[in-house]
Every structure is written in C-alpha cells, then in structure tokens.
Design a protein around this ligand. Structure first.
Ligand SMILES: Cc1cc2nc3c(=O)[nH]c(=O)nc-3n(C[C@H](O)[C@H](O)[C@H](O)COP(=O)(O)O)c2cc1C
Length: 370
C-alpha cells in the first residue's frame, strides 16, 4: 500500500537523494532533520489516528508503538529531538565505541536499487562513547532511547584489551537515561572474527554485568548469519548473565538472496547487506531465539522490515519490537507512520495487542478435537 506521503517522497524527493553519493545523502538527511518540525502538527494528527493496540512494553518501558530506529542511522545521537516526528516509538543510538574512529575509507555505503537494499562498509565510525554520552546527557529526546556499544575498530585491540574496550564504552553510557543497552558483537565490517566467539561474548558480559549497578536491561545484537549452534551457545551465555534479550539482527555477509548482478557486487567489495534480501534470515533467527530464550527475555527484530505486514510476521515469530534502517532510505522519513498504520490495521482486524501477538505464529497447532 503506498500512501500519499510515500508517493510524494518516492516521486519528488528520493530521485534527488539518489542522484547523490549514498553517504552524502545520509549526511544531508541529518542536516534536513530539523525541518521535519514544520510537519509537527500533522504528525500529531497521524499519531492520534494510530491504533492503541500498538502500545507495548519493552525492557520495562512503556512505548506508544513497537517500531524503533535501528542502530547506525543516528550513530552520534544528533537526531534525538526529531525522531518522534518520523513516527518511531523508540530509537537505538550508536554504535558507539570507546575511542572515536573515522571508520573505513569512503565510499562505504552502496545502494542496490533492484533489491531496495544497501551494502555498508562503514566500520564503526563515530565520535566515541564519551562524546556521544555527553550529548545525550543534556539532550531532549523525543522518544525513549537505547544505546548500542561496540568494540573500537582497531585490529590491535584484541583479547583482554577488547573486553576492556567494551567495558570502557559501557562505563561511558551506564548512567544515561536509556531503556536498554545493546551490545553489538555482530558487526561484519571490522575483521573482528574473535568477537563473534562465545567465550569472548561471555567475558565481555561478565565484566559489563559487574558494572551494571543500575541493572540496565542488556540486549545482545546477533548476526543473521549465526548458525544454530552459535545461537544455542549465545542463549546459554545470555541466560547465565540474565540478559534482557536479543536483537535479531545485524547486517549479513550472505549475498545469495540478492538480484543485483554479480559484477556490481564484486565492484562494491566487502560489506554488510541490509534490506529485503536479509529478511528471511533475520526471521529465521527470531524464530530460533524465541525457542531458545528464557521466559521474560524479549526479542527486538531487525532486518528487511519495510511494511506493517513485515512487522507483524516478525512479531508473530517472537519479536516484542521491530526496528528498521534500510527501508527509510527507500521509503523516506514518514515511512514509520505508514508501517504503523498498516500494523495497527492488522492488529485491529485480529483483535490483538502487540503483546498478545508476540510469538503467536510459533505456537504449535493443537490437534483438532474428535
Ligand atoms: C549504513 C549502515 C550503518 C549501520 N551501522 C550500524 C552500527 O553502527 N551498529 C549496529 O549495531 N548496526 C548497524 N547497522 C545495522 C542496522 O542497525 C540493522 O541491523 C541492519 O541494517 C538490518 O536492518 P535493515 O534491513 O532494516 O536495515 C547499520 C546499517 C547500515 C545500513
């Protein structure tokens, strides 16, 4: 379903952005965000028209809706005042790293038009955890925030120093007013193979938990490329450290589902794939984590979500909340409202709240009574 606000973006605004280098377009979108305030009165009308069934509780916080901005879009916490104007119910800032980093050389974001997908090789660029935390401490966020921490992208930081680096990021953010902290152990763009190992995740969590005196809910951000054994191990470690849940998931290195020509992909080189081609993988990881998680742990789904129907499939697979990034590139700043309108209609139709729909697609069918 294309609403008129979607039509206007796709016909008049997107072509202008798509004529630009993707990272320049992203930076311009950041500069233009304050202009969304012009639409404030209209967005309040859109909010008032949304179904009350969208309200949900995530990590103990009450959200007006379950749709969040995924990590990476507002890495440095510059847009927090404007995110409500886009329809989001919450937003994940970051990834932030202990040390500031320029990331990998440009160009490092590529659009795959045919797939409505993106490949990024950003490599965790950012202003650093201390600077971002300083900004957030005095900011006036328009939606509940969470923050995503990752290891500084420096191949010389390994072993105990990698754990220490994570701990330094956590120290910088642990007193912020956030609903959860996401621990990103799944960035495919840093040549950091060790981080994906369960022993390292265990060591990082052990130290973070020791420092977590406020008992901030902790979520682990997983890769959609994780195999069953990895997910089983991660679930055990997460149970041991009493994590609040999982974000399923990050970008993927698997390009088997893209339509874009091999030649183009070769020219792009390495990077994490996002958007519709990773949707089924993310969904499969959600379903597996729903089976593996402890009662009370929650799942935040992410990967190729771009419509209310997509969001509902992930909720039925076990997600309490959903996030997006790539769909915004193709659908524009007001896409969240369209998704929420669609999701609200699906929930109203089935007379379900989000909480009632969570995992409903996974329950085994009871045998018919004879
Ligand atoms: C340009 C770009 C930068 C990203 N940066 C981060 C990041 O810093 N930390 C992180 O955890 N995920 C990052 N992601 C991954 C997204 O948060 C999300 O997990 C992934 O893109 C899948 O969702 P999508 O298909 O809706 O984009 C980034 C994604 C993109 C496209």
């Amino acid at each position: 379903m294309t609403s008129s606000r979607q039509g206007i973006y796709e016909r008049f605004i997107r072509p202008y952005f798509f004529n630009m280098d993707p990272e320049d377009a992203h930076l311009l979108a950041h500069k233009l965000a304050p202009a969304l305030s012009i639409a404030r009165a209209q967005t309040e009308i859109w909010y008032s028209q949304l179904s009350p069934r969208l309200a949900v509780e995530l990590a103990g916080a009450k959200l007006s809706n379950p749709l969040g901005l995924a990590a990476g879009f507002d890495k440095n916490g510059d847009l927090v005042e404007y995110l409500r104007l886009m329809g989001f119910g919450f937003a994940e800032i970051g990834s932030v790293t202990a040390r500031p980093s320029p990331g990998n050389p440009r160009p490092r974001i590529f659009r795959l038009l045919e797939d409505e997908a993106v490949i990024n090789y950003m490599g965790l660029n950012g202003q650093g955890a201390i600077k971002v935390a300083g900004k957030l401490a005095v900011a006036h966020p328009s939606v509940p925030l969470s923050i995503n921490i990752a290891k500084t992208n420096d191949p010389s930081i390994v072993g105990d120093r990698a754990v220490e680096d994570f701990v330094n990021s956590f120290k910088a953010v642990k007193d912020l007013s956030v609903i959860y902290v996401a621990i990103n152990v799944s960035c495919p763009n840093t040549h950091e193979t060790k981080l994906a190992e369960v022993a390292t995740i265990d060591a990082v969590l052990a130290e973070v938990v020791k420092l977590n005196s406020r008992k901030l809910p902790l979520f682990l951000k997983l890769s959609p490329d994780s195999d069953t054994e990895m997910l089983q191990n991660v679930a055990q470690v997460a149970a041991k450290h009493e994590l609040a849940g999982f974000i399923c998931g990050n970008t993927s290195v698997d390009r088997s589902a893209v339509k874009t020509a091999e030649e183009t992909l070769r020219t792009i080189g390495p990077g994490g794939l996002s958007g519709p081609p990773i949707r089924e993988k993310a969904l499969a990881v959600c379903r597996q984590m729903w089976e593996l998680k402890q009662d009370g742990q929650q799942i935040i789904a992410c990967g190729g979500i771009g419509s209310g129907a997509d969001a509902f499939r992930f909720i039925q697979a076990g997600a309490t909340a959903v996030q997006l990034y790539t769909a915004l590139v193709y659908g524009g700043p007001f896409l969240p409202f369209t998704i929420l309108k669609e999701l609200g209609a699906i929930l109203d139709d089935r007379k379900l709240t989000v909480a009632e729909a969570v995992g409903s697609g996974n329950r085994k069918q009871l045998p018919a009574r004879i």
